[in-house]
Design a protein around this ligand. Structure first.
Ligand code: RIB
Ligand code: CA
Length: 313
């Protein structure tokens, strides 16, 4: 299996960090090649997500992977963060060593466009937060789409929402950017809440992680407390690793199930702002099937890969 060249854009929060550690492990296994990482505002402010991405890569021994700073606010609406879940520092209050890597000043959208051209159309874009940086790249570089194989996002929901009853957080924060992605003409894999709220770790799996003293398992233990309390209070389960879904889909799509459909974003609604509208279950169709809507997964295989990555970090 050849290494899949990927670019990861992240609003490095708690589940983003786990997804980054999983991607680094897949890179080490030779299943993917991380061409670069970029930070975006979302869970917390961009200056924090930038530092968090750098430090998580350093924790994994991959401070050589360059991190590029991106947007500090959505395309048009004011920034709304999720510090109540991810903590003020974005990592649930966990303190990790500071990366010694030199600071990149090239902007995220310029760097990801450059990398996509260098990969001659084989690069896959993995978006783990609001899609502001990628949308900016599409706006600034109209030929960006010809250099991307596909875009895999954690975002959206065919049914439901977690920021409002109709919108998932990443799409809600920047609905206009998300619309640019779904209208880009590049095939999209949407790992929305339909699948990520099934991508949970059980209590015994969490206890197995927490019994390990690897750096990855320690970060999990020290960063997920607040989010787990919220999930348990809502009776939803123990811990959902939303952002690991598009990362694992990139290298093992057979772990997931879904359907091809047309998906576009509500950008003007007051109650429905950020709703990803799909024609999967409707008589009236959009006329394009631009998105693979992921609906389910083999949860045990998913959990196994996450635990394996954290134990080996
Ligand atoms: O709705 C879950 C998404 O919002 C995840 O990407 C999480 O990191 C937050 O950004
Ligand atoms: Ca995220």
């Amino acid at each position: 299996m050849s290494r899949i060249p990927v670019w990861i854009d992240t609003d490095t929060g708690v589940d983003d960090a786990i997804a980054l550690l999983t991607a680094v492990y897949l890179d080490r296994l030779g299943q993917m090649e991380i061409k670069g990482v970029s930070s975006v505002c979302g869970n917390v402010e961009q200056e924090k997500t930038f530092v968090n991405a750098r430090n998580v890569l350093y924790l994994a021994g991959r401070e050589d992977i360059r991190v590029y700073p991106g947007a500090d606010r959505p395309l048009t609406v004011p920034l709304e963060t999720a510090a109540y879940i991810h903590g003020e520092n974005g990592l649930g209050g966990a303190k990790i060593p500071i990366s010694p890597a030199s600071f990149e000043t090239e902007k995220a959208w310029d760097a990801m466009y450059r990398a996509a051209r260098e990969c001659e159309g084989n690069m896959e874009l993995i978006l783990l937060g609001p899609e502001t940086n990628a949308a900016t790249a599409f706006i600034k570089y109209p030929d960006f789409k010809q250099y991307l194989k596909r875009i895999l996002i954690m975002g959206g929901a065919d049914v439901g929402g977690n920021r409002t009853p109709s919108a998932e957080f990443n799409i809600y924060v920047d609905p206009h950017a998300a619309q640019v992605i779904f209208k880009s003409g590049v095939p999209v894999v949407m790992c929305g809440l339909d699948v990520t709220m099934k991508a949970g770790l059980t209590l015994e799996e969490i206890e197995k992680i927490e019994s390990s003293e690897s750096r990855g398992c320690r970060l999990f233990r020290e960063s997920t407390g607040t989010a787990r309390k919220i999930y348990e209070k809502n009776g939803a389960g123990h811990y959902f690793v939303h952002d690991a879904c598009p990362v694992l889909f990139a290298v093992c799509p057979e772990m997931f199930m879904g359907e091809q459909a047309g998906v576009f974003v509500e950008t003007r609604g007051r109650i429905t702002r950020g709703k990803t509208v799909s024609d999967r279950d409707t008589d009236v169709k959009f006329g394009v099937k631009n998105t693979f809507v992921v609906l389910d997964l083999h949860r045990e295989q998913f959990a196994f890969r996450i635990i394996e990555a954290l134990e080996n970090t």
